[in-house]
Design a protein around this ligand. Structure first.
Ligand code: GUN
Length: 292
């Protein structure tokens, strides 16, 4: 069994990006991402802080805009319109989840496709399915593909089984694996899948993106499989100062010994998501400033 070290791989990606950011800084161009956060969800606060710190660590500009839970759809859309029109802003991300009274899909679609570094807009999802070069893929799925590639996991002809059909992970990662670059055979499972364990046991590459702690147990995994755990679940833990600890969607302790490779939680997929956001922001900046 080999651990896939997401922290180390993400740092390699960030080092590469930092070198590119330094190169373009000579021409006075600094990639700029703006993150919008609504309300005070603890996980969202932590994710947004991480994005800001990471951007700064590689010489990018990052701004965070905070809004109260009570912000209206129209007010939030106006904020996005202003950022769309602002030439100094290259990437825009609206941290999900948004309050229940906000139509999240309409908010994601309000962002100009060329600034949608999160890849959540209809335009970018369509471009991803069409395998167009200017598609921004959602960051967690893009991070999973980068992890597989940089860990030497071949995908062509392999059976990739994805558990979870979310817009953020399950659906886009299925498209990336299916693409002519990856050439995997893809199965997507969800809460209505009959005899789930019989399907997941066929996986050469198993991607767990359910959002339920330790849902994937040893009997659901084929010995020698590569397991990618996308879950970041907070479970109560009285021994921790914070009162919780993070566990994935995979029962790591019992599954890890039978895997060829597996990602830990934390330190697996999570750091890759942030690195890919930076990668998309740099690409957005370069595309918006072709003549330098
Ligand atoms: N919430 C959890 N993951 C993400 C993400 O990748 N992007 C945004 N915008 N919100 C999230």
């Amino acid at each position: 069994m080999e651990l896939i070290n997401g922290n180390a791989i993400a740092q390699t990606v960030l080092d590469e990006l930092k070198a590119e950011v330094e190169k373009i800084a000579a021409s006075g161009l600094v990639p700029h991402i703006v993150v919008l956060r609504v309300g005070n969800d603890p996980a969202s606060i932590s994710y947004v802080n991480k994005k800001e710190k990471t951007a700064q660590s590689i010489g990018m500009r990052s701004s965070v805009r905070l809004f109260p839970e009570t912000i209206s759809q129209a007010e939030l859309e106006n904020e996005i319109d202003a950022l769309n029109a602002d030439k100094s802003v290259h990437g825009i991300l609206i941290q999900s989840p948004l309050p229940a009274h906000i139509n999240e899909t309409e908010i994601f679609n309000r962002v100009l496709p060329e600034k949608d570094v999160d890849g959540f807009s209809t335009a970018n999802i369509g471009r991803l399915v069409q395998e167009l070069p200017d598609a921004f893929a959602a960051c967690t799925p893009a991070g999973i593909l980068e992890l597989l590639e940089r860990s030497g996991v071949a995908t062509a002809g392999k059976h990739a089984v994805i558990v979870g059909r979310s817009q953020i992970v399950g659906k886009p990662v299925s498209q990336l694996l299916l693409s002519r670059k990856s050439n995997a055979t893809v199965t997507i499972c969800h809460s209505h899948t009959e005899d789930l364990a019989a399907v997941t046991r066929q996986a050469d590459i198993l991607i767990a993106a359910i959002g339920r702690p330790q849902f994937i147990t040893r009997d659901m995994v084929k010995p020698g499989a590569v397991v990618i755990d996308v879950g970041i679940n907070r479970v109560p833990d009285a021994t921790k100062k914070s009162g919780f600890r993070l566990v994935g969607d995979v029962d790591f302790e019992n599954v890890a010994p039978i895997c060829e490779k597996i990602t830990p939680v934390p330190g697996g997929v999570g750091p890759m998501t942030v690195a890919m956001l930076m990668k998309n922001t740099l690409a957005a900046c370069l595309r918006q400033n072709p003549a330098r």
